[in-house]
Structures are given as C-alpha cells and as structure tokens.
Write a protein of this length. Structure first.
Length: 278
C-alpha cells in the first residue's frame, strides 16, 4: 500500500510542478521531526550524556559492531543518491544565466542542501536519543526490532501517544524515503543513462527492484531478517558515498568548466580530507 501511495503522490505532484514535490518532502520531514521531538520530551534523556555522545570514540573504529552501525547511520543521513536529486532540483528553478544569477542559484542550492542534511542529522539523532533514553536506561538492552520497540515504548514512557507517534514517524519516513529515492533514480536514468520510460512503467520497475528482495528476505528469515537487510542497505549507501562525492569534488575544482565558480580552496581541502582512506 505504501508503494502505491508514494507512486500516486509522485505522479500527481509532478504534474503540478517540482515545488509541490519539495513541499511534500519538507512537510514529511517536519512531521517526522515533530513526532520524535515529542518522544524525546516524553523520554526525558540526560542531555549531558547526549551531548557527550556526539564526541567520536576510538571504539567506533576498533569495535566491528559499532563501526558497522556507524556506517549505517552515515549512509542513512547523507544518502549519495540525494546529491543527484538536489542538483536536479536546482536545475528546475528559474534562475538567470548571468554571473549574478548563477551565484544566486549556488547560494540557494547550498542553503537547501545544508538544511536537508541538518534535518536528517537531527532526525537520526532523535531516533538514537529516544531509543537510549527509553530502552537502555530501563535495562531493555535486548530491543533490536521495530516491532519490539513499538510494543515497549508506550508502557515504558507511560503514554499511548508515544507508540502512535512512533508508528506515524515510521510511516512518514517510509513515504519520504521512497519518494526521494524514486525521484533520484529517475534523475540518474534520464540524466546519465539517457534512459526514459513511461512514468507508470518506471515506478513499477523501480518499486519491484526494491520490494522483491525485501519480500524474499521476509519470507525466508522473518522480521529479524528485514531489520538486518535495512541496516545492510544503509551500510551500502555509506560505502557508495565516495562514488558520488569524488566526481563531485573533481568537478568542483575544475577551473576550465567552472571558471569563477570553482569551489574555494578551504572547501576543496576539507572535501578531499573527508575522502582519505581510513
């Protein structure tokens, strides 16, 4: 049902314009953040410990489990396909082709990407904070499945609203992820591969590619298998990041193509430093 809903939303909103799609995605992100904000308020975390948790520990590198989870969090936050999607959104705007117009387009693209990544960071942080404050502090450290979290979150927080908001947040996350991933796939297919399909057929093919593996894993391994598949998919997104970022860095430093719009030196230094082998 979720797949049919997101396909309908994309087809309907695309006919109205890109701004409507942007409004949908932003609205879903705002709702997700609102749901988890209420859950954080109900869970009453220790904020000193929360802030300390943002400081990277050496165990992230030495402990394989922590490293695996950290890579999944990175992939779920940045998501390489969204780099192409943000570029496509910039191209859809009406900006002037002179230097001032291009600088304005770059400025708003930077603002757009920064806001999107910041909200993604806050949402992923909210999920971890809620889980730690609700389950870890009460001794329920064995909770690893979404179903277990849904059933335990209400009695542990003493409010049925928490479970409802948790379910709504997951629904909005699913809608947002499928909408953005489908649009990013369309951008790559049409922009790089020059491969065009009828919108209905394109949605059917891309959704089947995503759903069939999930159905097979669920059939053979149950819900625990789908949870592991979800984390694995996020780790794969993290591994794929250099394949999207390195070409972007090469393009950003190409004076022959960009001229006066080439990225400043400090951005290039930080960008390449982030790509060094670990």
């Amino acid at each position: 049902m979720l797949t049919a809903l997101d396909a309908f939303l994309i087809l309907w909103l695309q006919n109205k314009g890109v701004r409507w799609l942007e409004a949908l995605v932003f609205g879903l992100i705002a709702l997700i953040f609102g749901c988890f904000a209420v859950q954080i308020a109900l869970s009453q975390p220790e904020w000193a410990a929360v802030l300390n948790g943002y400081i990277p520990a050496a165990s992230i590198v030495t402990n394989q489990t922590q490293l695996y989870i950290a890579m999944g969090i990175l992939g779920a936050t940045v998501m390489p396909h969204n780099l192409y999607l943000h570029t496509a959104v910039v191209q859809s705007r009406a900006w002037k082709t002179d230097e001032a117009g291009k600088r304005e387009a770059i400025k708003f693209a930077t603002i757009d990407s920064s806001i999107a990544l910041t909200l993604a960071l806050f949402i992923n942080s909210a999920i971890l904070i809620t889980a730690a404050a609700t389950f870890n502090t009460t001794g329920n450290t064995e909770v690893a499945e979404i179903g277990d979290a849904y059933h335990l979150i209400a009695p542990l927080l003493g409010s049925g609203l928490a479970a409802t908001l948790f379910a709504l947040a997951l629904l909005f996350c699913g809608l947002n992820a499928t909408v953005t991933a489908t649009l990013a796939g369309q951008v790559v297919m049409e922009g790089f591969l020059r491969f065009r399909l009828h919108p209905v057929l394109r949605r059917l093919v891309t959704r089947l590619v995503a759903i069939v593996p999930a159905i097979l894993v669920t059939w053979f391994y149950g819900t625990s298998g789908t949870a592991q598949l979800l984390i694995l998919s996020q780790v794969i997104l993290s591994i794929q990041l250099p394949f999207a970022v390195i070409p972007l860095m090469l393009f950003a430093q190409d004076k022959r193509r960009l001229g006066v719009f080439v990225a400043p030196t400090w951005q290039l230094v930080l960008g390449w430093a982030g790509q060094r082998p670990r």
